[in-house]
Design a protein around this ligand. Structure first.
Ligand SMILES: [Zn+2]
Length: 134
């Protein structure tokens, strides 16, 4: 093998190697981007979950104040505005972020009277099952 051929092969090998590394680099970058988006998504999810839990305790608090005829409770309009916003947020969490189940965890622990969408679904399916059984 002449030195020219050796050089050619070496250059080819280097080039191939470089392309290989480039591909690997690109793949790594892509994976990082996906990871990044994933963690952004889960960050958004947990932020939404946090807001929902906080909103729910506000609603519960207001509701109990209202029941005890506390004058510091929010008026009807304010209450239903928050309540509607809360449902929208719950809906958004499920449609945009693919969340499923209860906002308090897979077993569902929403307080009575204020179920999230996940708990409502469970309740509805339980009723359906009960209806089918009877
Ligand atoms: Zn729930």
């Amino acid at each position: 093998m002449s030195w020219i051929e050796t050089a050619r092969i070496t250059t080819k090998e280097i080039k191939e190697k470089r392309e290989g590394t480039l591909v690997v680099q690109e793949a790594e970058e892509l994976a990082q981007t996906i990871d990044c988006e994933k963690s952004e998504l889960s960050e958004k999810r947990s932020a939404l979950l946090y807001q929902l839990r906080k909103g729910q305790s506000w609603l519960l608090d207001q509701h109990s104040r209202w029941q005890s005829a506390d004058t510091t409770s929010a008026d009807d309009a304010e209450f239903s505005r928050v309540w509607n916003g809360w449902w929208e947020l719950d809906h958004q969490l499920r449609t945009d972020h693919g969340f499923q189940g209860c906002i308090y965890g897979p077993d569902g622990a929403c307080p009575d009277g204020f179920p999230c969408q996940g708990c409502t679904d469970i309740l509805t399916s339980n009723i359906v099952v009960q209806l089918e059984l009877t």
